[in-house]
Ligand binder design. Structure first.
Ligand code: UVW
Length: 336
């Protein structure tokens, strides 16, 4: 049983609601956060969502954004012919290079630190040096909360729940620009869940569709640059109160199609701040241990939910198994 926000034990020097230590076991620091909520019972109940035998990919192509924001590198894809190699066979290999945050992605628990202390989830000091040391690290006692550890527990498998904000907005005459800081509130999420007949359960993976990737996907490279250049994107409202709501639902993970899941820019004390102060990133990743999925492709999922007349499904995701990986394409599937 996981304590609610107000009942979490106080962690010295940290705000109320810091979940460090909650998932530690046998004196070992936990590295997977709320994935611990995906117990065998939760997974078995999620498997009962498979009724139609239909699966939907939630992965936007890597390279869908020609010039990703935040100075990130886009996809470089090289194809090599065996004919030119000493193997001299007829066939091909390919090599890829990309920033793991350039398209659909998971943010690991050390992607974004709690800014006042510079500490990642569970009080871990992640630095470029310690993360680099982690590549190929076999010392299981000294691990950082990177995505490769999901493989130690069989990846992410659980019940996904779609909150289709875009469909709700379209049906209710709410118009908004995805390249503005249009904010989806917790009250919106609750209203939509109710209208979709969804009741949240502990261990759910909540997925919020805003229409952001769909809008970006129809644009030319120049139009994408211009749209991303506004540094304003729609998403979930990032406040301490909304963070508390998310923790108290005891989700195993959150994901969405927006650039940062939460709206950019963050607003703190009524003032617009830079992305360095993203509110939900600090709460979710560093303080709760709740992974964030971003830029997921949710159009086909929305269509399938409407067709199946249900907004819950089995969700599977297996990030790349690279020791020390901070972000990764999710390789996520929804199965109905
Ligand atoms: C930042 O890290 C600023 O954003 P994101 O996690 O949304 O890629």
């Amino acid at each position: 049983n996981v304590p609610d926000f107000d009942d979490l034990p106080q962690v010295e020097g940290m705000p109320q609601g810091c979940a460090w230590g909650v998932f530690d076991k046998d004196g070992k620091k936990d590295v997977i956060g709320t994935l611990n909520l995906l117990t065998p019972d939760v997974v078995k109940a999620a498997a009962a969502e498979v009724k139609e035998g239909v699966s939907v990919s939630l992965n936007w192509p890597i390279g869908a954004i020609k010039t990703p924001g935040f100075f990130r590198k886009g996809l470089v894809h090289k194809v090599m012919s065996f004919i030119d190699s000493p193997l001299a066979a007829h066939g091909f290999d390919d090599e890829i290079e990309f920033n793991t945050q350039c398209s659909s992605q998971w943010d690991s628990l050390c992607h974004f630190n709690y800014q006042p202390t510079g500490l990642a989830y569970n009080g871990i000091k992640a630095t470029v040096e310690t993360l680099v040391q982690e590549f190929g690290n076999e010392d299981r006692e000294k691990l950082l909360p990177t995505l490769n550890h999901w493989h130690d527990r069989g990846g992410l498998v659980g019940r996904g729940v779609l909150i289709d904000y875009k469909a709700y907005a379209d049906a209710n005459g709410i118009s908004y620009d995805p390249f503005s800081d249009h904010r989806i509130t917790v009250a919106d999420i609750e209203t939509i869940a109710k209208s979709q007949g969804v009741e949240f359960r502990q261990g759910d993976i909540i997925i919020v569709r805003s229409g952001f990737t769909e809008a970006l996907g129809t644009m030319s490279a120049e139009e994408q640059d211009k749209a991303l250049g506004t540094h304003r994107t729609c998403g979930v409202e990032g406040t301490d109160e909304s963070a508390k709501w998310f923790w108290n639902k005891h989700f195993a993970a959150v994901a969405g199609d927006a650039l940062a899941f939460e709206a950019i820019p963050p607003i703190i004390d009524g003032k617009e701040e830079t992305v360095a102060k993203l509110v939900l990133h600090q709460w979710f990743l560093s303080l709760f241990g709740l992974p964030i999925g971003e830029l997921w492709d949710l159009k086909a999922l929305s269509e399938q939910c409407a067709k199946s007349k249900r907004y819950s499904f089995l969700l599977t995701s297996s990030p790349l198994n690279i020791p020390g990986s901070i972000g990764s394409p999710p390789n996520a599937l929804a199965i109905f």
